[in-house]
Write a new protein. Structure first.
Length: 191
């Protein structure tokens, strides 16, 4: 388990070595419908309107008899955002929760996920009656420069444990970059 450092220690670490500075590698936006056909096409249109990028369908990895899902059946759509598009979309999603993230949303490798129950909560999103209302999940992956060594095709190599972004460092990075408040309980705020 990674140790929790003070804020000044993270800032000093990031300034002293640019390869220690975390960054947002990608954001994956996912809408799971659980069935194919018209519902999946509606979800695909909604996702493309939200992200302003192309989306792909996701197939089931195994049979689930209780839900009527077969292996290979299209059940969800997802879209991957990188760079400025990712930053802009994340700002819009954080606006829904008043720039707050649950502490339990972060994992030990610095990634975090947020769920939105209605897509029309996003700013600048209009309700389209023929598409309906659906929820989506946002997964954010934080890495450091040099992480690609682990996932590239040629000369793939292991990276040491201390090169991963830990939970506390991810929280501090989000506080500095997006002015996020990390909370234990998400309470409704009425203005």
């Amino acid at each position: 388990m990674a140790k929790k450092k003070q804020v000044a220690e993270y800032e000093q670490d990031w300034k002293s070595n640019p390869f220690r500075q975390p960054k947002i590698e990608k954001i994956v936006v996912n809408i799971c419908v659980g069935q194919g056909g018209e519902e999946l096409n509606k979800a695909k249109r909604i996702l493309e309107l939200l992200t302003k990028s192309k989306s792909v369908t996701v197939q089931a990895k195994k049979n689930v008899k209780e839900w009527g899902i077969r292996k290979g059946q299209s059940i969800a759509v997802k879209s991957t955002l990188r760079g400025d598009k990712a930053h802009q979309f994340l700002k819009r999603v954080l606006f829904i929760y008043d720039n707050r993230i649950l502490r339990t949303a972060f994992d030990n490798f610095g990634n975090f996920s947020i769920g939105v129950d209605e897509h029309i909560k996003l700013p600048d999103t209009k309700y389209i009656p023929e598409l309906g209302i659906t929820g989506f999940d946002v997964s954010v992956r934080l890495t450091r420069p040099g992480y690609r060594v682990k996932i590239r095709r040629k000369q793939r190599s292991k990276i040491p444990r201390h090169h991963y972004v830990n939970r506390y460092e991810a929280m501090e990075f989000m506080k500095q970059l997006f002015k996020v408040e990390v909370v234990d309980v998400m309470e409704e705020r009425f203005y």
